[in-house]
Design a protein around this ligand. Structure first.
Ligand code: MN
Length: 254
């Protein structure tokens, strides 16, 4: 099994090491292609207005001066000699839950894989605050990764689907188990916009993502994490709201 790894936190991200350890439980044919620098929040961005450079860091280990999507594209088309069987994206430092996953470089890298017809899984480690991001941040993902990923390598997945996994911010022994759940919804109370002055006196703005409120609907990824479970959510790329389709079509009838 040929596995391509990426991580939107960059080629040197600790979560990528965790992911590599998980992947090596299943295969020795591991390839890595990740952004040079952190690209969190870049979503499904594709670099079009400037060239992308490829850097080699070791055998089957590359970085790209671009986005997570660029990395998957380069991994599939230039780095590997042929397509991977599986793409694993992560383990992201931070949650990718609910309906704000369209911001996520981690999930979007897996979307790029799914678009290419490759089995793709995004993995993220929830943590409480940046200050808590010590060496134990990935303890749940490290301990439970193999158990979570194993069925996802075998279960048939329809085309244009991917799987989104989140690990709760708990010690391995405190994780209650694994739940297959649907995507939840955040209340739209976007984080902070910090305003300040740079050293030359010019105003700047800096977005934060802290403390997004959400309603804990039953059977969602948000609820699973809140209750101490690992969430596993199959995602589809069809964003059509089918229930509205008929009513809209009627509006355009002659
Ligand atoms: Mn990230």
């Amino acid at each position: 099994m040929r596995i391509l790894l990426t991580n939107d936190d960059g080629i040197h991200a600790p979560g990528l090491e965790v992911l590599e350890a998980i992947a090596r439980e299943f295969s020795d044919d591991i390839w890595i292609c990740a952004p040079d620098e952190e690209q969190s929040g870049m979503g499904h961005a594709l670099t079009l207005t400037r060239p992308v450079r490829l850097h080699q860091h070791g055998e089957r280990r590359f970085s790209v001066t671009g986005t997570p999507t660029d990395s998957v594209t380069m991994g599939m088309r230039k780095v590997m000699d042929g397509k991977p069987d599986v793409i694993l994206s992560g383990v992201n430092r931070g949650a990718n839950l609910g309906d704000d996953i369209t911001y996520s470089g981690t999930v979007s890298a897996a979307i790029e894989g799914a678009l290419a017809g490759i089995r793709s899984i995004a993995l993220s480690q929830v943590y409480a605050r940046a200050g808590d991001a010590d060496e134990d941040t990935f303890r749940a993902g490290r301990a439970w990764g193999k158990r979570v990923v194993e069925p996802l390598l075998e279960t048939p997945l329809p085309s244009r689907t991917l799987v989104n996994v989140n690990f709760p911010p708990l010690a391995a022994e405190d994780v209650k188990g694994i739940r297959a759940v649907r995507q939840g919804f955040h209340d739209y109370a976007r984080g902070t916009v910090v305003e300040g002055r740079d050293p030359r006196g010019f105003r700047y703005y800096w977005f934060g993502l802290e403390a997004i409120e959400h309603t804990l609907d039953h059977g969602t990824d948000l609820e699973a994490i809140d209750e101490g479970f690992i969430s596993v959510t199959p995602l589809q790329l069809d964003l059509t709201h089918h229930a509205s389709l008929g009513a809209l079509a009627e509006r355009y009838e002659d």
